[in-house]
Design a protein around this ligand. Structure first.
Ligand code: HEC
Ligand code: HEC
Length: 342
């Protein structure tokens, strides 16, 4: 075959490829990104396979360690001037939060981020809004030494605890090495792992008590799934198992000055794609934990739901949907964990 014979088909193919590339570029430019984010899909089989699982207690917790952790969680010796305990900002009788937009630490220092609940925190993939602590043990060391939270140092805290004979004895019984920094953190973390809010009305519904929810609450759960809230808030804790951007389908931060805390996971990874990415919070007991969001900007659940639909799903919700979803979210509050009772 001579070169001249194949010249025409080659030119034709080249033209076709160029046209294809042109079309791709053009269509890419004009396609509106109005789709909800591509996230895990669940196969729904009636009520059998649910994207939300009932909560179950964390097994194998040493009761001695839980008890020690409970004491330390309420122990003012962990703060430099004896003014604060963990419970000051995580009141277990009030959903594990302080009810403020931003927490108030030692000497009245106001932080710049909302205190999340410690209830059910055992189920989170990591701790803090930006996930910077891998475990509850690692997390607990944070507030003790944070200058605007408890403002203490380890030598200070440990020398105080060392003087407490009963506490020292308790640690000796619960841990082979006795009272050490690592064991103080483990005791607190073990206590926190016991803070599971079992038997919410929603969990009883999942377990087969179909009459326990009102039609409005069931409608709310249905809308929560249909709209796509479930793609991020899912699993036993209805959240806590992934990171997502705050503002997937709209710029949540537009029109207000942003703070270091608004950068979210970017502060941990320094990766551009992690800017404004946060741990998806658990919605267990969410009815008790206002105000909402890392910036504490939504003072009611209604407002939080509207913001979520707008910025995460690109939707303006009808008032009926807001009402139903809020009714559903109210069914997620369970029993106060036994260890949480003072
Ligand atoms: C001055 C208020 C304050 C005190 C005291 C405090 N915390 Fe917190 N806690 C916060 C704030 C605010 C955050 C969120 C900080 C962030 O994400 O950057 C937080 C986050 C947490 C988290 C992570 C929850 C989640 O879902 O990510 C846990 C667990 C926790 N605190 C436990 C404790 C323990 C244990 C103590 C005592 C050793 C304690 N806190 C003392 C305010 C406080
Ligand atoms: C793309 C993932 C995604 C979707 C979809 C989504 N959320 Fe969220 N949700 C988040 C993230 C991330 C946050 C934390 C935002 C922040 O404060 O930085 C959050 C926070 C919340 C909060 C506040 C919780 C708290 O403790 O402060 C509520 C309530 C909530 N979402 C409900 C909903 C509802 C209802 C829907 C559906 C209308 C929904 N979310 C859809 C990711 C999502």
């Amino acid at each position: 075959m001579k070169f001249a014979d194949i010249r025409l088909p080659v030119v034709f193919v080249v033209l076709l490829v160029l046209a294809g590339i042109g079309w791709l570029l053009w269509s890419g430019r004009t396609t509106p990104p109005a789709e909800p984010p591509a996230l895990p899909v669940f196969s729904m089989q009636g009520d059998v396979l649910q994207p939300i699982l009932p909560l179950a207690a964390v097994g194998d917790l040493d009761p001695l360690r839980v008890e020690l952790g409970k004491r330390l969680f309420h122990d003012a010796r962990l703060s430099a001037d004896f003014s604060l305990t963990c419970a000051s900002c995580h009141d277990l009788a009030k959903g594990g939060v302080d009810g403020r937009q931003f927490s108030v630490g030692i000497g009245g220092a106001v932080g710049g981020i909302n205190a999340p609940s410690v209830l059910n925190s055992a189920f989170s993939l990591a701790q803090f809004w930006d996930g910077r602590a891998a475990t509850l043990e690692e997390q607990a060391a944070g507030p003790i030494q944070n200058p605007i939270e408890m403002g203490a140092t380890w030598p200070q805290v440990m020398s105080r605890l060392e003087q407490d004979k009963a506490l020292k004895q308790g640690f000796k019984q619960a841990y082979p090495e006795g009272l050490t920094i690592g064991n103080v953190l483990n005791a607190i973390a073990t206590f926190e792992r016991s803070l599971v809010t079992l038997n919410s009305r929603f969990d009883r519904y999942l377990r087969g008590e179909k009459q326990i929810l009102t039609p409005l609450e069931i409608e709310g759960y249905q809308r929560f799934r249909e709209l796509g809230c479930i793609s991020c808030h899912q699993g036993a804790a209805v959240g806590g198992n992934m990171y997502q951007k705050f503002g997937v389908l709209g710029d949540y931060f537009a029109g207000r000055p942003t703070t270091q805390n608004d950068l979210g996971r970017f502060n941990v990874t320094q990766r551009e794609e992690d800017r404004h990415v946060f741990k998806v919070p658990s919605l267990r007991s969410v009815a008790l934990t206002a105000p909402y969001f890392h910036d504490g900007s939504a003072d009611s659940l209604d407002k939080a739901v509207v913001v979520m639909a707008r910025y995460q799903l690109g939707r303006e919700l009808a008032p009926r949907d807001v009402e139903a979803i809020v009714a559903f979210l109210n069914t997620l509050s369970g029993e106060s964990p036994a260890a949480a009772v003072q």
